[in-house]
Design a protein around this ligand. Structure first.
Ligand code: DGL
Length: 281
């Protein structure tokens, strides 16, 4: 139990990802809700999560959530589809009750799924995601619940996150793998008119994805939808909203070298950031 008997002290909103991908979500959130304070935590030392087992993703994600709670966050966004698919539900159901039932952990899959009805014109949707997210079938299940009859096809893109984590997302080496996975998806269903980029890293490959994706297909990055959903959530949940401090700051934590994080994060966010190293266990 973290602080059930202590007076609740407001704190920043925590944003967690295995690595740099969560920055695409953080950016969307900060554009829409710049007044809040944030802590971004990237588990870069252990990324990628996408090929790891359910148990490992769950353990790593729980470690991150606990740390963000200890750092004063009352609300944590899992800015990671793999963690949202494999760990979110267990954390909400099994861990929050004993950690602190008044804190909240939210994911990125539901806010994305909710928007798809207004984006697809023919109900043929493609998912590009990590192997873990694809295998979990979280998108298929959620999309099926919201839009019965929708046709969903998925392809895992195991090479995309390593390209991004290693700063090769704009280099010529990325072209081959971007084209390969897009072709695989469109071979499965040539009628797809909407593709969910179901990994928060993938918007960092957007230039390449646009290059190889037919122009009539709508590409769906998640940042804006997660931000919209968070804004509505905070409006509806005054008790949590009151516990989120408003100073417009953002602290960056990484489990890898802060220098490496700062170099890449500066490229992705187009601004200089300072980062601090932490150890998760
Ligand atoms: N960015 C994460 C996601 O949305 C995880 C990628 C990874 O670590 O494999 O799935």
């Amino acid at each position: 139990m973290i602080s059930n008997f202590l007076p609740k002290k407001p704190g920043p909103i925590g944003v967690f990802d295995s690595g740099f991908g969560g920055l695409t979500i953080l950016e969307g959130i900060r554009q829409q809700l710049p007044q809040y304070d944030y802590i971004f935590l990237g588990d870069n030392a252990r990324a990628p999560y996408g090929t790891r087992s359910f148990e490992v993703v769950y353990d790593f994600t729980l470690q991150a959530v606990r740390r963000l709670f200890e750092l004063g966050c009352h609300l944590v966004i899992l800015a990671c589809n793999t963690a949202s698919a494999k760990a979110l539900r267990s954390i909400q159901v099994n861990d929050l009750p004993y950690l602190d039932p008044d804190r909240r952990v939210l994911g990125v899959i539901r806010p994305t799924v909710e928007q798809i009805g207004s984006l697809t014109r023919n109900n043929h949707v493609g998912i590009l995601a990590t192997a873990g997210t694809v295998l979990s079938q979280s998108y298929d299940i959620e999309l099926g619940k919201f839009y019965p009859g929708i046709v969903v096809n998925s392809v895992a893109c195991p090479m995309w996150v390593p390209l991004i984590e290693n700063n090769e997302f704009d280099g010529p080496g990325a072209d081959y793998f971007v084209q390969k996975y897009l072709d695989q998806l469109l071979t499965k269903d040539g009628d797809i008119d909407t593709i969910i980029l179901g990994c928060t890293h993938y918007p960092l490959l957007m230039n390449k994805i646009r290059k190889y994706c037919p122009s009539h297909i709508t590409l769906v990055p998640q940042g804006k939808y997660v931000a919209d959903s968070l804004a509505q959530y905070l409006d509806r949940h005054e008790q949590i909203n009151r516990l989120c401090t408003r100073g417009g700051t953002c602290e960056y934590l990484t489990t890898e070298s802060p220098e490496k994080f700062m170099e890449s994060a500066t490229v992705f966010l187009h601004e200089q950031v300072q980062a601090r190293k932490i150890v998760l266990e």
